[in-house]
Design a protein around this ligand. Structure first.
Ligand code: 3H9
Length: 684
């Protein structure tokens, strides 16, 4: 293989002549990342343009270029670098026109910005998403983009990692032409002729005029979203000073940032998310669905219905009780109106969604090719429903249950259609949260699992495979974490101290804030259901039961772990009394816990349960657990998920924390092989 070939032996860059114009195509499937072979190929192609009147630069397949090859980022980046390639374009005496048909991200857009004009097809998507990888653009993006779209818009695009469609890009001045019905190459050749051989590099453009406070306003909006990660601050500074053309400063910061732990963690989660999607081997057999029946019109069912409507499915929302159905449908239509009013969807989209949605009864599943069950968490009720569904289901209809805890093998045991049953565990609100656990039962057919994955991808979700097991991956680990938080409170920490320690670690909310928000009664009902089968040696914290008995069900009753008044959330004297009573009943003298001790105990609980989940085969790999915790429960993305994070810590500290955990939990505690789990992650 030559230094300019891809791993398949194909040339990474192809060129041919159209008259005296050289057409250069990047050819590095699947998404044309700027590998070393591509960079070398581009330089060689530019050298061979000697004698041409101009160059057209384009990408083969569905992408112009998806950016730098981020696999290269943990070691030295060999020359030629992307800045070298872009400098070669800028110093070429003839104009170069970039043709973007598909994706131009990161170094891809930077390459286009180095050209003298950009022509894009209407399906093009452009952006500089480097921020989401813990870095900043490193090939001139922060310096060339402001010269095309101004500082304020550059702050929005770069610091917000915003990806824009071709039409928007044209309205911003980012691209020169959008092509709808013609071949973009033909239009680009026309454009090249119109340049008459003149160069028009971005760096020589005058800064677009903007109102004096436009950049300040864009920065204020960014800061309002929360604390900015260090790389965002750096990008912001470079964009604001781009009048001075700080290419060397930008490159230096890029080189430094790509080697940080934060950037490594974000790359880990990027690849883990992609690997999670690829798990089912039977992708070829995946089926498509058109008409979906969603049984259960509660909060979860409505969220799932909205997710399907957003993706353009025909949706029938099914409720047994006509009054409940009317209420659910009215909330669904209100939600469409609200999104229209907030400008989230267009009038046409709102009209379309209204026409796709109907309410119905169980008989209506006979016209559906997919049924999603989202009734309340009760195994008997679900079994009764499944038996009833058997009468109406067509022989090819797939059924997905949204149970978050129950044993789906048991639920499907008696069914003749158990091979068509999978779990599809959405997180609330289901139209917003990206994570979906796809649960494969003992009898699920491979095509059904593959279809669930394909379907989830189509809904814009990040699917992760799980096997049957109480709480699957996400809720099982979250239960261990929440249980540990409750134990810390029983032993002396205040709910506010625990929540604050968790937020300080980087979670958006603490466990007690989450409980109050989602309502304490759901977990209470579950604990009562399990009371008889609970291991008597397990350390059981009854504080949440006592809170529920006192009517403190969370925000919905304005009282839970906290009190909620008009002026916000307050620590609660009543909750504190309940906690003290339980402590006294258990003969516990309150211990004082530091922030670090609280964080240590909670992370140990997460890691221990993660190890058990892996040992039980519920999750296929450690990367999947990281994806689940980051996307389902707000584990800080910039730490790469709990297992990646543990791999960056001293092993002794992690094992000591696990020992402490075992002591605190007592004899019924199951200890997972955390050491083995971390060793596997470190060696991968
Ligand atoms: C950058 O450019 C820095 C510069 O400023 C400075 C440098 C000089 N690298 O997601 P998919 C792989 S930073 C390596 O499944 P989709 C991906 O792992 C970069 N590999 O497809 C997968 O591999 P596999 C800025 C990459 O259609 C395959 O390609 N750019 C990269 O759902 C298909 O990917 C970004 O941040 C990469 N950059 O989505 C864009 N990108 O088949 C990152 C993809 O082995 N990429 N792969 O599993 C994306 O957002 C999506 O992949 C994209 C396609 C939208 C392009």
């Amino acid at each position: 293989m030559s230094g300019t070939a891809t791993s398949t032996g194909e040339p990474a860059v192809l060129s041919h002549w159209s008259g005296d114009i050289l057409i250069v195509s990047i050819n590095n499937p699947p998404v044309n990342v700027a590998s070393l072979a591509v960079r070398r190929g581009l330089l060689d192609a530019l050298i061979s343009a000697n004698g041409a009147s101009g160059v057209i630069l384009t990408g083969n397949g569905r992408s112009f270029m998806a950016g730098a090859d981020i696999k290269e980022f943990s070691g030295p980046i060999l020359p030629p670098t992307m800045p070298d390639v872009i400098a070669a374009i800028e110093t070429l005496p003839i104009p170069v026109v970039a043709v973007i048909d598909g994706i131009a991200l990161g170094a891809g857009l930077e390459l286009a910005l180095g050209c003298d004009a950009i022509v894009a097809s209407s399906n093009a998507r452009l952006g500089l998403p480097e921020i989401s990888l813990g870095i900043i653009p490193g090939a001139g993006g922060t310096q060339r983009l402001p010269r095309r779209i101004g500082i304020a818009e550059s702050i929005r695009m770069i610091c917000g990692a915003e990806i824009v469609q071709a039409q928007k890009a044209a309205s911003l001045g980012l691209i020169d032409r959008v092509v709808t019905n013609f071949s973009p190459i033909t239009v680009a050749i026309e454009h090249l002729h119109s340049l008459g051989g003149r160069k028009r590099p971005s760096l020589q453009l005058a800064m677009p005029e903007e109102s004096a406070d436009a950049a300040e306003k864009a920065e204020a909006v960014l800061r309002k979203r929360g604390q900015l990660r260090p790389n965002v601050e750096i990008a912001l500074g470079l964009i604001k000073r781009s009048e001075g053309v700080l290419l060397a400063d930008e490159r230096r910061e890029f080189e430094r940032l790509r080697l940080t732990e934060e950037a490594a963690a974000l790359r880990h989660i990027f690849f883990a998310e992609r690997k999670a999607v690829q798990q089912p081997a039977d992708g070829e057999a995946a089926r498509d669905f058109k008409e979906v029946g969603i049984i259960g019109g509660g909060t979860m069912g409505q969220g799932i219905a909205r997710a399907f409507l957003n993706a353009g499915y025909l949706v029938t929302l099914i409720e047994r009780d006509p009054d409940l159905l009317r209420m659910a449908m009215s909330k669904m239509f209100d939600a469409i109106e609200a999104r229209l009013e907030r400008g989230r969807i267009s009038k046409d989209e709102a009209r379309k969604q209204r026409s796709l949605l109907t309410g119905g009864s169980i008989n209506d599943i006979s016209r559906c090719d997919l049924v999603v069950e989202a009734i309340f968490e009760d195994a008997d009720a679900k079994k009764r429903l499944f038996a009833e569904m058997s009468v109406h289901l067509r022989p090819y209809t797939m059924v997905a249950t949204n149970t978050s805890y129950l044993d789906i093998n048991q639920l499907g045991k008696e069914l003749s259609w158990a091979d068509r049953l999978v779990g599809l565990h959405f997180f609330s609100p289901a139209d917003v949260m990206k994570l979906v656990e796809v649960i494969e039962t003992d009898k699920s057919a491979a095509w059904a699992v593959a279809s669930a994955f394909k379907l989830s991808g189509g809904l814009g979700k990040k699917p992760v495979l799980a096997k049957v097991g109480e709480g699957f991956i996400a809720n099982r680990i979250y239960s261990a974490y929440r249980g540990q938080a409750e134990l810390l409170v029983l032993e002396g920490a205040s709910p506010a101290a625990v929540d604050s320690a968790v937020r300080e670690f980087g979670f958006p909310m603490g466990p007690f804030e989450v409980s109050d928000m989602s309502g304490l009664d759901i977990a209470w009902a579950m604990r009562r259901r399990r009371a008889e089968t609970r291991n008597p040696h397990e350390r059981y914290v009854a504080i949440p039961d006592r809170l529920c008995e006192a009517g403190r069900l969370g925000i919905k009753t304005k009282q839970g772990w906290y009190d909620y008044r008009d002026d916000g959330k307050q620590e609660s004297a009543e909750a504190d009394q309940i906690i003290r009573r339980e402590r006294a009943a258990a003969d516990i003298v309150a211990t004082s816990y530091s922030t670090a001790q609280i964080q240590c105990a909670l992370l140990a609980a997460i890691l221990n349960e993660a190890a058990c989940v892996l040992e039980d085969g519920v999750a296929a790999g450690a990367g999947d657990i990281d994806v689940v915790l980051v996307n389902g429960y707000g584990f800080p993305r910039w730490l790469g998920g709990p297992i990646h994070w543990a791999g960056t810590q001293a092993l002794r500290d992690i094992l000591n924390a696990q020992e402490e955990l075992s002591k605190r939990m007592g004899p019924a505690h199951r200890q997972g092989d955390v050491e083995r789990m971390i060793a596997a992650v470190r060696s991968s």
